[in-house]
Write a protein that binds this ligand. Structure first.
Ligand code: CTP
Length: 425
C-alpha cells in the first residue's frame, strides 16, 4: 500500500458561501487526523455560515479573507497562498465560485488565488439542484474539467432548501479519500511516461433495426477510471468507449464507438501499444439479420409460436482475445476483467487462459450489483497466483491496478512473467 511522508502534505482549503460549510469542521478534523496541514481561506459569503474563529481554532492557523489587507498580504500574500500548498480544495463550492473560476474572474481573495495558482484544484460543489443542473453551471463545469480541475460530487439527496436531487456536498470522508488519492498518485510520480496504453470501457450497443438495439447496464465507471489513472501516471492513453453518461477523462485520446465491431476496429487502429486493459462490457452477440427497416408489429394478434417474433443472434468478436492473441502487435501487458456469477476464481482463470491475457480482474456480478455502483470487490489473478482486493471504490481499483502496471514496466523485460510466456514454455 502506498504510504506518504505526511509531514509535507499541505492543503489550502477555500470555503465559500453554502450551508454545507457547516460540514467543514469535520473535514478539517479528518485531514488533521491524517497529519495534513490545512490553511483556510474564507469568502465573504462563506463567513455567513462559518466563523473565521472556528476555522482558525480547527486549523491552528490564521484564516485569510481579504484581498486588500495590508496585514494579511504582508504575512502571506495571495500569490504565496496560491503556490505554497500541494493542492487547493474548494469545499463547499457554490455555483457563483464555479462560474467565476470558469470565466477567470478574480474579484476577491479566493477567486484571485484560484486564478493565480499553478497547483491542482479540487472542487466540491454544493448548491440547489436547479442551480447545479442549469446549463450555465454545466457549461462552467465542462470548461473547468477541460482545464484539469477535478470535481468531487455533488451527490443526490434531500437538499437544505427542501428540494431533492443533485446538489448535496459529498461527505467529508469522501473528500478526504479524494485528497488521499491525489497524494498517492503524487507519490508514484509519472512512471508510465513514454508508454502507450489502450483501455476499453462502457457497454457496446448492437442494432436490431434502425431504431432498436440491445445493450447492457455497464456505466463505464471502471474503464474510465483506469484510463484516468494510467494518464495520471504519465501514460499516453487511448480510451475506446461505448456510449456512457460520463465526462471524458482529461488528457486521454477518446474514441467513441457503438458496436463491438467498431470497438475492435478502433482498438486495432490504436496499436501498437505497450499495455491494454479491456474493461468494456462488450455485447457477446449481435443481430444476425439486421433489419434495414423498422420492424413492424404483426397486424393481427396471435399466440401461435409460428407467428411470434423471433430474433437470431451471431457471436461478436472477442476484443480481449483478439488483443491477447495478436501476433506481432500484441501489447506487452494485456489485462482483462471477468464478470462471473459462480466459481468466480476458477472461471476467471479459465477465461484468462482462453483469451491469452496476462492478468485478469474477476468480480462477482451475481445480483447485478456491480453495474453502475461505485464500489467493487476484486480477485486479481496473474500467473503467479491470486490476490483478493477487498470492497473498494472503482477509482481505488483503478489506482491499484495502474500502480501494479507501472511496477510491471519497472522490471527488466527479461524477468517479467506473463501468461503468454507461460503458455509458450
Ligand atoms: N470481452 C471482450 N470482447 C467480448 C467479450 C468480452 O473484449 N466480445 C472482454 C471484456 O472486456 C472483459 C473480458 O473479455 O475484459 C471478460 O468478459 P466477460 O463478460 O466476463 O466474459 P465473456 O467473454 O463474455 O464470457 P462469459 O459471458 O461466457 O462469461
Amino acid at each position: 500500500m502506498v504510504t506518504e511522508n505526511t509531514a509535507k502534505r499541505s492543503v489550502l482549503l477555500i470555503v465559500t458561501g453554502s450551508i454545507a460549510a457547516t460540514k467543514v469542521p469535520e473535514l478539517i478534523r479528518l485531514l488533521k487526523d491524517k497529519a495534513m496541514d490545512v490553511t483556510a481561506v474564507l469568502t465573504e459569503a462563506g463567513g455567513y455560515f462559518i466563523s473565521p474563529l472556528t476555522l482558525a481554532s480547527l486549523t491552528g492557523k490564521r484564516v485569510y479573507s481579504e484581498l486588500f489587507s495590508i496585514d494579511e498580504e504582508t504575512e502571506m500574500g495571495h500569490i504565496q497562498l496560491s503556490r505554497k500548498s500541494d493542492l487547493i480544495v474548494v469545499a463547499p463550492a457554490t455555483a457563483n465560485t464555479i462560474a467565476k473560476m470558469a470565466q477567470g474572474i478574480s474579484d476577491d481573495l479566493a477567486s484571485t488565488i484560484l486564478l493565480a495558482t499553478d497547483k491542482p484544484v479540487l472542487v466540491v460543489p454544493a448548491m440547489n439542484v436547479r442551480m447545479w443542473e442549469h446549463p450555465a453551471t454545466q457549461r462552467n463545469v465542462q470548461t473547468l474539467r477541460k482545464d484539469g480541475v477535478v470535481f468531487v460530487g455533488p451527490s443526490k439527496g434531500a437538499l437544505a432548501c427542501g428540494e431533492e436531487g443533485h446538489g448535496r456536498m459529498v461527505e467529508p470522508s469522501e473528500i478526504v479519500d479524494e485528497i488521499q488519492r491525489f497524494y498517492d498518485f503524487k507519490k508514484l510520480g509519472r512512471p508510465l511516461q513514454g508508454k502507450k496504453a489502450l483501455v476499453t470501457s462502457g457497454p457496446t450497443v448492437e442494432a436490431i433495426d434502425p431504431v432498436r438495439y440491445i445493450a447492457n447496464r455497464s456505466s463505464g465507471k471502471q474503464g474510465h477510471a483506469i484510463a484516468a489513472a494510467l494518464k495520471a501516471l504519465g501514460a499516453d492513453v487511448t480510451l475506446v468507449s461505448g456510449p456512457t453518461a460520463l465526462p471524458d477523462p482529461v488528457g486521454v485520446k477518446m474514441v467513441k464507438v457503438e458496436s463491438a465491431r467498431e470497438m475492435l476496429d478502433a482498438c486495432y487502429k490504436a496499436l501498437p501499444v505497450d499495455m491494454a486493459v479491456c474493461a468494456a462490457a462488450v455485447s457477446d452477440w449481435r443481430s444476425s439479420n439486421l433489419s434495414e427497416q423498422k420492424i413492424k408489429k404483426p397486424a393481427k394478434k396471435s399466440m401461435k409460436p409460428e407467428d411470434m417474433l423471433t430474433f437470431t443472434f451471431m457471436e461478436n468478436p472477442d476484443i480481449l482475445e483478439c488483443l491477447g492473441k495478436h501476433g506481432d502487435k500484441r501489447p506487452q501487458l494485456v489485462v482483462g476483467f471477468a464478470a462471473e456469477t459462480e466459481n468466480v476464481v476458477k472461471n476467471a482463470k479459465a477465461k484468462m487462459q482462453r483469451k491469452g491475457c496476462d492478468w485478469i480482474l474477476a468480480n462477482d456480478v451475481s445480483g447485478g450489483s456491480v453495474f453502475g455502483s461505485e464500489d467493487t470487490e476484486i480477485h486479481y489473478i496473474t500467473v503467479d497466483g491470486e490476490e483478493h482486493w477487498p470492497l473498494m471504490s472503482k477509482r481505488d481499483v483503478a489506482f491499484t491496478l495502474a500502480s501494479r502496471m507501472s511496477d510491471y514496466f519497472s522490471i527488466d523485460p527479461k524477468l517479467r512473467k506473463n501468461n503468454v510466456t507461460k503458455l509458450l514454455l
